[in-house]
Structures are given as C-alpha cells and as structure tokens.
Design a protein around this ligand. Sequence first.
Ligand code: AMP
Length: 280
Amino acid sequence: MKVIKDIREMQSISNALKKEGKIIGFVPTMGFLHKGHISLITESKKKSDVTVVSIYVNPTQFSPSEDFEKYPRDFKSDENLCINAGVDIVFYPNGDYMYSDEHKTFVITEELSTKLCGISRPEHFRGVTTIVAKLFNIVNPNIAVFGQKDAQQSIIIKKMVEDLNFDIDIIIVPIVREVDGLALSSRNKYLSEKHRKDAPTIYSALTKAKDLIKEGEKQSRNILDFINKTLLSVPDLKIDYVSIVNMQNFEKVETIGTNTLIAVAVYFDSTRLIDNILIN
Ligand code: AMP
C-alpha cells in the first residue's frame, strides 16, 4: 500500500492508472477509522480495480466552536486498518497545503445544506462539498463511496456531482452499528462510560418508530412525539433536532410515505451524535 502526501503526485498516479484503463474507487474519510469506514472500503474494492482512501480532517467543515483541534487522529492505526482492508493508496495530505492562504473558492449546494444539520452547523456542508470537490479533482476517481450514516451529506454530494457534472458514480453504503445499535462514529470515543451506555437509545427510538409506522401510524407528528419523548427520557441528552423529511429534498413531511428519512441529532455534553433510518 502506498501513502501519498503530495497533491500533484496523487494526480499523476491517478492519471496513469486511468490511462491503463483501471477503475479507481475512492473513499474520503477524516481518519480514526472504524468498521463503518471499512465497509465503504470493502464496497469500493468490489466495484473498482484500485481503491484510494483519503485521510484528512478538513478544517472548513468545522465552526470555530467545534472540535477540529481535538478531533481524534491516529494515522498509524488507520494505516494498519487500510493495509488489512486491502487499500491500494492512502492519500494523506498535509493540512497546510490543502488550502492555501489565498483560498477563495467554495462549493455550496443551496437549500439542501441549510436544512437538518445545516441549521445548527450553517457552514458545515459548504466545507464538505468544497473538500470533496477538491479531493475528486485530486484523486479523479470513477466511483466514490459514502455512508448512509451521514444521509444528508450523501444526498448533497450526489446533487453536487449531478450539478457540476463530475463523471463519478456515488455509492451509498448502509450504516454499520455496534452490537447494541449505536452507529459507529469516530466521535463515540468522546462519550463517557455512562453516556456510551445511554447512547443506543437513539437507535432504539428510531427502530421503535419504524415499527409504529409498520403497524399503521402514518402521522409524522405522532412519530416525532414518540421519538422526542424517548430521547428526553435519557439523562444528559440534549436534542438538536428530530426530523421526518423527504429523503431527496429534506422538506418536512406530515404524512409518512415512501422515501421518508427520519433523522436525529443529539448532544451528550458537547459530543454531537447523528443517526437516521429510512422508511421505504
Ligand atoms: P468520516 O470519517 O466520519 O468523515 O466518515 C467518512 C465516511 O464514512 C462518510 O461517508 C461516512 O458517512 C462514513 N461512515 C462513518 N460512519 C459510518 C458508519 N457507522 N457506517 C457507515 N458509514 C459510515
């Protein structure tokens, strides 16, 4: 496995691979890899000849009050996980040269980026789309794999790819969970023992809500009441939002039909966790 730190070197390797007719699969990450990331890598390997994983904690998607500085980083462990997962290339750029001091260009996917997580994190998706567009231009993949865990991000990236004519297939992989249901996340590391024990309530609220819907409850209002009540019964948990929306445009829906996303964001102290479930 190669570790490439230089942007130009990454570009020329990708160009050479493309000339040889190789299909490049790409998995962008912020590192501190876990089994969720590995499932994206596995999917990329199934669909491509060469898998590139990027590891870069992108400053522009964090607001000044968020956890950019303390975001967990462990390159040695990430490198080993990538080797074991059969990754071909890790793109691990130095933070200082991904954005020059003169950086002026940002990609914004309007409307989609101001809903759900965009309400409490107004700059977040601008940072995500900008870094993903940059990485797409550097890695030049045929396919790129993202996780349903960040459902809003996945849809926004798909829209960006469509609107800006990137010739890249976007693949979305299901959420990988701990045995108790908690969605794997690099941020789970921040949870205290007590909060870690309580956190699976997020997923159990979502699955029980899905059961209620299967049993015939179609009013979003009632499902929202149920999820809010369940979450509020957890000590120390603060709700950022619970929303029932159309999966494509994130508009709130009153009656639950197909293509509905139930999305949740909560805080345990300053640790923000997100989760979601699709109703099809
Ligand atoms: P991150 O490193 O947190 O920015 O995540 C990189 C990619 O991994 C994103 O596409 C995430 O949606 C995906 N991902 C993170 N956690 C999970 C998970 N538990 N299951 C599936 N994909 C995930």
